[in-house]
Design a protein around this ligand. Structure first.
Ligand code: ADP
Ligand code: MG
Length: 251
């Protein structure tokens, strides 16, 4: 269970989240929606312990462990895995090198080099990316959509148990969106991870069918519902769904 309680976060002098509360049961899929600039990516980055975001108040626990006492490496070892809105490019480090090192670090590297390459090749085929990606530098010179698929290549190899998907739909064409959605669904059915998905995309919500949908506005979650809440937002917009106090939107 992930439990975020009364969390206040700032960067520089700016408070981005204030008294933010969210609970996600293990193995469930939750969606987080909200206007541009609401703070969705901020919560994703705070969970990954990005040092640019200072936690002023509140707590985050993952299965009763204090996440705020951990650094990024430690949360990754706990199984958290972020597909960021703009995945970072790391020139000079190949996918294969990073994946073997990470698996070794976690004591999960049970494959010899041949089996390791075979597994990667199979995943590339499923994701419809060339097997040359195995030896490409991480996300380097890849298109937006290729980066998202490359991140899924990492997911399938590292087998995380908590996925944070920050607008994984952005940069994907319709066919790739379906493929990426189906791949995450397949991963969910095989490994039963917890998923926090940030999205504006109907297709992805239809494929992954989150149990709960949360709306972030005015620095906190202001409404939680089931899939029908997302439906309402798609039909009527955030303001039409009578959720938004527009007076505070640009504050
Ligand atoms: P969302 O993902 O919901 O669009 P973000 O979490 O990216 O929103 O950003 C929330 C607000 O915080 C925005 O106004 C953004 O400009 C600001 N912000 C986020 N990160 C930083 C940062 N590192 N420095 C300054 N402002 C930031
Ligand atoms: Mg964002």
């Amino acid at each position: 269970m992930l439990k975020i309680s009364n969390l206040t976060v700032k960067t520089g002098d700016k408070i981005i989240l204030e008294d933010f509360n969210l609970e996600i049961e293990e193995g469930s899929i939750h969606a987080l929606m909200g206007h541009n600039g609401a703070g969705k990516s901020t919560i994703a980055k705070v969970l990954m312990r990005d040092k640019n975001y200072e936690v002023v108040k509140g707590s985050i626990t993952l299965n009763d462990q204090d996440l705020l006492k951990m650094n990024t490496t430690e949360v990754a070892r706990c199984g958290l895995f972020l597909v960021g809105q703009n995945p970072v490019e790391i020139a000079g480090v190949s996918n294969a090198e990073m994946l073997r090192t990470s698996l070794n670090d976690q004591g999960k590297n049970t494959l010899n080099i041949l089996e390791f390459n075979q597994k990667l090749t199979k995943i590339c085929e499923k994701l419809e990316i060339p097997s040359s990606f195995i030896h490409r530098d991480i996300n380097y010179n890849m298109s937006g959509g290729e980066k998202k698929k490359n991140e899924l290549l990492h997911m399938w190899m590292l087998e995380p148990n908590f996925l944070i998907l920050d607008e994984i739909d952005s940069g994907l064409d319709v066919d790739s969106l379906k493929l990426v959605g189906d791949s995450i669904k397949e991963y969910f059915e095989e490994y039963h991870p917890t998923i926090l998905m940030i999205t504006h995309q109907k297709t992805l919500l239809e494929i992954l069918k989150p149990e709960k949908v949360h709306v972030l506005q005015n620095k906190k979650i202001i409404q939680t519902g089931d899939a029908s809440l997302a439906e309402k937002i798609f039909k009527e917009g955030f303001s039409g769904a009578s959720i938004i106090d527009r007076g505070n939107l640009d504050a």
